[in-house]
Design a protein around this ligand. Structure first.
Ligand code: AMO
Length: 431
């Protein structure tokens, strides 16, 4: 149907025939001439309709079309125009594809602010707004670049099951599903399976897939379904995993700067490529720091939002929190050789926000099993996982980035729902 997107018109020769398709954003009718603003994914174009050329009846039919109706316009490019866009189309044929009902559930380009609930209820309409679309274009580019870096580094893409029998990240925030005669759960993370893939000899794997967490609290940072970008690599330490993560993040930022100039302008983003390596701070150093600065915290506790806010004032950009207490982290973390109270786990932070968790994993069957028990979990329910550690398991490490978290942090939106097409939160499963 279409020959060009609207943003491609300005580079064409005068008189070129084009067909554009999109939504009627606005019609200005000034008598014998009407200006129709047509919007598609890439921008807007002006269609200049002359009554003399089309006849009264056709002219009236088109100018009375409702806003947000969809049309295709075939016509000739004119660059000698006073239009702000520097180019207009003189239409020869306008196909009316679908007429929008009025009133609209919400405006697309109106300046009036609409609350987030209405926006999420009418999400298809909200997503037509250029600044909302830009957020998802940035998210798409981040995902694209991350995938490219991993592919270039020899990672194999895998797809692991999303219906599982065992909790991976602790038992509290699991969604139970009926699985015929049994109970099963939606996966919180592909953790166990990506580790099993190391025993399978796949060496380096990645997966970009939904993960499910029954988060009790409705926060601006948590979703019940999010996109987890997971990697696992063999014959590798937590240091190797951190270096890869630095590269993945830096490349992704560079990619967006290069490929999303319009979106960055529209969103007022002014990114610079971060320097590598990112600073590394140990858990204990930060524990000391927050206790000295008025936020009380005991060894072994995770950082509260209050503590993170304080830390974020000192570390404003990317940094790693390393050397976590074993008791704070999941059972699969490898203890440090010099002091097994600590583990080779890390979080990547941006200011007060967490983007990624990762670790070198414990690949020793006996001590892994012990650790499962220490955490009060039943090794029986982990048999299928533990089995993979018995017959030759390489040392391995990995991490997971929350895609919406990353996009949220880099674009500066205050609510993670802004960068989730159809968010699932404590109250919302529709649309
Ligand atoms: P973790 O539980 O820290 O680690 O999750 C990894 C990353 O996923 C994102 N994330 C979320 N995003 C939105 N809503 C949520 N409810 C949510 N929960 C987590 C965050 C977080 O940093 N198996 C480990 C990873 C590993 O060690 O490889 C894990 O799942 O950005």
């Amino acid at each position: 149907m279409r020959t060009h997107y609207t943003n491609q018109l300005k580079d064409l020769e005068n008189g070129t025939y084009v067909t554009i398709c999109g939504w009627i954003q606005e019609i200005r009718n000034i008598g014998n001439i009407a200006f129709i603003i047509v919007r598609d994914r890439e921008g807007i174009a002006q269609v200049t309709l002359l009554k003399n050329d089309h006849g009264d009846e056709e002219f009236q039919k088109i100018v009375s079309l409702s806003r947000e109706s969809t049309i295709c316009v075939k016509g000739k490019i004119n660059k000698n125009t006073k239009s702000k866009l520097g180019v207009e189309i003189y239409p020869e044929k306008i196909d009316i594809l679908s007429i929008a009902e009025a009133p609209l559930p919400m405006g697309v380009v109106d300046k009036v602010s609409v609350d987030i609930e209405t926006r999420l209820n009418e999400r298809f309409m909200d997503l037509r707004r250029p600044e909302v679309l830009s957020l998802f274009k940035v998210e798409s580019s981040l995902g694209k670049s991350i995938r490219r870096t991993l592919e270039e580094d020899g990672f194999l893409e895998v797809h692991t099951p999303k219906i599982i029998a065992t909790a991976t990240e602790g038992g509290t925030n699991l969604f139970k599903v009926k699985y015929f005669e049994k109970d099963a759960y939606l996966v919180q993370s592909p953790q166990l399976y990506k580790q099993i893939m190391m025993a399978a000899g796949f060496d380096r794997v990645y997966e970009i897939a939904p993960a499910f967490r029954a988060e009790e609290h409705n926060t601006t940072r948590h979703l019940n379904e999010f996109i987890s970008i997971d990697i696992e690599m063999s014959f590798a330490t937590h240091e190797d995993a951190m270096s890869l993560l630095e590269k993945v993040i830096t490349n992704a930022i560079e990619f967006v700067i290069k490929n999303n100039k319009d979106d960055m302008n529209r969103l007022n983003l002014n990114w610079k490529i971060p320097e590598r390596p990112f600073p590394r701070v140990t858990y204990s150093e930060l524990l000391d720091y927050v206790n000295k600065n008025g936020v009380e915290m005991k060894f072994g506790e995770d950082f509260s939002s209050e503590a993170l806010e304080l830390i974020g004032k000192k570390y404003k950009e990317f940094y790693f929190i390393t050397r976590w207490p074993m008791e704070t982290r999941a059972f699969y973390v490898m203890p440090c050789e010099d002091d097994p109270t600590f583990g080779k786990a890390f979080d990547l932070q941006y200011g007060e926000r967490e983007i990624t968790s990762g670790a070198q994993r414990n690949h020793n069957y006996n001590s892994l099993k012990e650790n499962i028990e220490k955490k009060g979990l039943d090794p029986k329910s982990f048999e299928f996982y533990l089995e993979a550690f018995k017959y030759g398991m390489p040392p391995h490490a990995g991490w997971a980035i929350g895609l919406e978290r990353l996009t949220m942090i880099l674009t500066g939106v205050k609510n993670i729902r802004e960068v989730t097409l159809f968010p699932r939160d404590r109250k919302r499963v529709v649309p």
